[in-house]
Design a protein around this ligand. Structure first.
Ligand SMILES: [Zn+2]
Length: 67
C-alpha cells in the first residue's frame, strides 16, 4: 500500500469557519457517517466528504440538537 495523499490540505489551521460536524460517540448513525467521511477523505473524494458532512450535520441537528 503506497497510496497516501494529503489532499493538498495544510494542517495546523484548526479554526476554520466551516468546521466539520463532530460525531457523537456511541451513536451508530454518527459513527457510520463519520466513517463514511473519513473514507471519502482518505480517497480525496471531496464531494463524498461534503456529502457526509451535510448528512452528519443534519442528523446532529435532528437527533442531538447541536448547533
Ligand atoms: Zn448521532
Amino acid at each position: 500500500m503506497t497510496v497516501r495523499q494529503e489532499c493538498g490540505q495544510e494542517r495546523g489551521q484548526e479554526e476554520d469557519l466551516s468546521r466539520p460536524p463532530v460525531p457523537v460517540s456511541g451513536c451508530p448513525t454518527c459513527t457510520e457517517l463519520a466513517i463514511r467521511r473519513d473514507d471519502a477523505r482518505a480517497w480525496c473524494d471531496r464531494s463524498a466528504e461534503t456529502d457526509a458532512d451535510v448528512l452528519l450535520r443534519r442528523h446532529l441537528r435532528a437527533e442531538h440538537y447541536f448547533t
